[in-house]
Design a protein around this ligand. Sequence first.
Ligand SMILES: C[S@@+](CC[C@H](N)C(=O)[O-])C[C@H]1O[C@@H](n2cnc3c(N)ncnc32)[C@H](O)[C@@H]1O
Length: 282
Amino acid sequence: MQIRREGPVWTLYKEKTPIGSARLEEGALWVEIDPAWRRRGYGSYLVKELLRAHGGLDPKAETRFTAPLPADEAARALAAKFDFRPDGDKLVRRRVPDLSAVGLCHEFLTAHLAPGGFYIDATCGNGHDTEFLCRLAGPSGRVLALDIQLRAVETTNARLAAAGLGAVGRAVVADHARLGELAAPGSADCVLFNFGWLPGADHQVHSTAAGSLPALQAALELLKPRGILAAVLYSGQVIGDGEKQAALAFFRSLPLTRYTVLVCEFANWAHTAPLPCFILKR
Ligand SMILES: C[S@@+](CC[C@H](N)C(=O)[O-])C[C@H]1O[C@@H](n2cnc3c(N)ncnc32)[C@H](O)[C@@H]1O
């Protein structure tokens, strides 16, 4: 099986015989499969590849495609398989990005932090969160990022340099258990923890309660009044449940007079789903 592309037209060949074609123009999808080859998965294959090439399978992208109303049962089944639904005189497929724990954290921080602040990324990893914080801080802000692994720090600094954010943020190798030594008490507007392991590296190297609890305690000391601690907690086969439960017990023990504690469970996901938490200092 092979797809050949000529301009917007994609033709599917079985050996040397064309058995179907599809095209996508201005978001409108047209598919035609030879009746002799219908209902065998060829249409699905073609549509999937076309959608993939145009971002339609990216869970982080917002996309909208249309298609003509189906002419027969086979076309109806194919359209339904890819979530095309009747909308007036056509079919429409809309996708909004899935909400993730980290995405929720970013949305929350975007809504509650002003540019120009001092933000700390206590687990910089591959630098996605650091880059996010740098963009939020803007040119008048400052971001300190740390990670226990040199590779993570190098990746983060390279990412910031490539994005032109090297003047806003900097990553250093440090254990967040020693966070209290890296900034003055009451100086930070936000401290972000995205616990766990470094994606793409050895999963056995991950955060643990022994380092995370002192780090969370130190982070609260570093926050200004009205500052925010954000933490994404993980559990599962490799990482176990100890760090998550210890962090939750710590959060729940914080005095109501000084902190507001939010634990934002995705209640219909698996119990091991990442758990975003926010501590708002009064
Ligand atoms: C899930 S990753 C963070 C993802 C990252 N924020 C990003 O945007 O790519 C968790 C990171 O925490 C780091 N880490 C684990 N224990 C640590 C510790 N005690 N101190 C500092 N960083 C630690 C790991 O090395 C790993 O890179």
